[in-house]
Ligand binder design. Structure first.
Ligand code: DQA
Length: 142
């Protein structure tokens, strides 16, 4: 099984960006922990980050053409705005788990809407980097 792990804008700034909300571990650490977990669980993973909505849409399409079995996505700010990412996930029909490092349910009103949620089999929020590992497990055990 191959899993695509897709990250949206500003997640490359992890560790620097509002550490009281997103933690002090870097994006590099996130990638290492995801890779190690996928190896331990015997799945292949492709990890991607972009600050551009269209690049994320294209990566979701690529996941389809690569025969990917699951997507873990943290669309970051695009969670709350992007019909294009929702449509891309619906277009490919790949089982998807939405992840947020912070507990978006307890944050500002504008973070209460997730467009992506409608295309996800589960949402993991507020578990930091561990949430990505949970999402991988959900896809494998699904
Ligand atoms: C986030 C939450 C979003 O509201 C925010 O825009 C992000 C990160 C999270 O991982 O907690 O950039 O998706």
């Amino acid at each position: 099984m191959k899993i695509y792990v897709i990250n949206g804008p500003n997640l490359n700034m992890l560790g620097i960006r509002e550490p009281h909300i997103y933690g002090s571990e870097s994006y590099g650490t996130l990638c290492e922990r995801v890779k190690a977990h996928c190896e331990a669980r015997g799945v292949e993973c492709v990890i991607f980050q972009s600050n551009y909505e269209g690049a994320i849409v294209e990566k979701i399409h690529e996941a389809y053409f690569e025969g990917t079995g699951g997507i873990v996505i943290n669309p970051a700010a695009y969670t709350h705005t992007s019909v294009a990412i929702l449509d891309a996930l619906k277009a490919v029909g790949i089982p998807t788990v939405e992840v947020h490092l912070s507990k978006i349910e307890s944050r500002e009103d504008f973070r209460q809407i997730s467009y992506v949620k409608a295309a996800a089999i589960a949402t993991v929020s507020g578990r930091g980097i561990d949430g990505y590992l949970d999402a991988i497990d959900i896809l494998i055990d699904n």
